[in-house]
Design a protein around this ligand. Structure first.
Ligand code: PMP
Length: 354
């Protein structure tokens, strides 16, 4: 039976990417050797790293604009720390839109003063704060563009005089925008890009080198830039597979093309959530995420029937995050409109039964 994978991450990747990646595990570029058993310094792998870095900048339209792309390790969670290590001299601002920004705040506090410029904690992170003012003396302002757990997403970004840092883990490469409004973007690969194990960091070089502390080499963006993202052995499989996904996206027509599909998928699912009395959306309508749609079942008695129907339809990964409960349909780039259609059919069938 065909599976429809709505998992929040690690998540669905394009079939053709998985096929090519698995071929490279057995025989990379016809070398008779596996991608994972050759030197990362070999000509073939260096080309992979360079291509992946270049594609990331190209897709975001950040080429020749003073940015560098890095494929690091430690997940987005290590970036919570590295951002502050590299940029926080005295004071940083954070918009708190849920668990992940909360964790980023916790790490930043190890390095300096942290101001929570805005927060949606009062309403269980169901919305994106809008009425806030950004202090003029920040080293940077940090935001989380898409809140994977709650299903909220920034539609408009704050204008700042200080560098703007964005955790884009769960919506990078999914929608068009002016990416040059950010000075540093980071994203764990395991949503729209590839398998877990590498983190994309896009950084404007001129914001670096301005803190007075000494930075350990592995945590220093400038060291990784100087070594062309090869300071130590990179996660070769994750970088290669990310490169394949970025190529796949480019061949589809880039972010603008996938955005159209993502909007269609979200429209289809949210209209079902809104029209079907069996379900209720979690996030504020105006702040809803195109990537993660969160909703609850209005009558808990129906839950086991719904869960059985999901299973029978081949739908995987629809459980909400353990901290929120309910349901969450993650509709990352590789998920087809057809899969969303299958989910919507099950939901309307549920209405007939309920
Ligand atoms: N930020 C966001 C928005 C996330 O969704 C996640 C993981 N789901 C993280 C950070 C943490 O990422 P990692 O597990 O790669 O450290």
């Amino acid at each position: 039976m065909k599976k429809h994978n709505f998992s929040a991450g690690p998540c669905i990747l394009p079939k053709e990417v998985l096929l090519k990646a698995s071929e490279a595990v057995m025989d990379f570029n016809g070398s008779g050797l596996s991608l994972v058993e050759i030197s990362h310094r070999s000509k073939d792998f260096v080309a992979v790293m360079e291509n992946a870095r270049s594609l990331a900048l190209e897709l975001l339209d950040l080429k020749d604009k003073g940015y560098k792309a890095l494929f690091l390790q430690g997940g987005a969670s290590l970036e919570f720390l590295m951002v502050a290590y590299n940029l926080l001299e005295k004071k940083a601002g954070y918009l708190n839109t849920g668990t992940w920004s909360d964790k980023a705040i916790k790490e930043a506090k190890l390095f300096g003063d942290v101001v929570e410029v805005g927060s949606s904690k009062d309403e269980k992170f169901t919305y994106i704060p809008k009425e806030y003012s950004v202090p003029s003396d920040l080293d940077y302002l940090h935001i989380t563009s898409n809140n994977t757990i709650y299903g909220t997403q920034f539609k408009k970004f704050p204008k700042t005089d200080c560098p703007l840092v964005c955790d884009m883990s769960s919506d990078i490469f999914s929608r068009t925008m002016d990416f040059s409004q950010f000075d540093l973007i980071y994203a764990g690969a395991q949503k729209n890009m590839g398998p877990a194990g590498t983190t994309l960091v896009i950084v404007k070089e001129d914001i670096l080198g301005q803190v007075s502390r000494k930075i350990p080499s592995m945590l220093d963006y400038q060291v990784h830039i100087a070594k062309d993202s090869m300071f130590n052995t990179p996660s070769v499989f994750a970088v290669y597979t990310s490169m394949l996904t970025l190529e796949w996206l480019k061949n589809l027509g880039g972010i603008a093309a996938i955005e159209e599909v993502n909007e269609k998928k979200a429209r289809l699912l949210y209209s079902e959530i809104d029209l079907n009395p069996v379900f209720k959306g979690y996030a504020n309508i105006e702040d809803r995420s195109l990537m993660n749609a969160t909703f609850n079942i209005t009558d808990e008695v129906l839950k086991s029937t719904f869960d059985t129907m999901l299973k029978e339809a081949g739908i995987n990964g629809l459980n909400g995050h353990r901290s929120v409960g309910g349901y969450r349909a993650s509709m990352y780039n590789a998920l087809s409109l057809e899969s969303v259609g299958v989910l919507v059919d099950v939901m309307s069938e549920m209405e007939r039964k309920g």
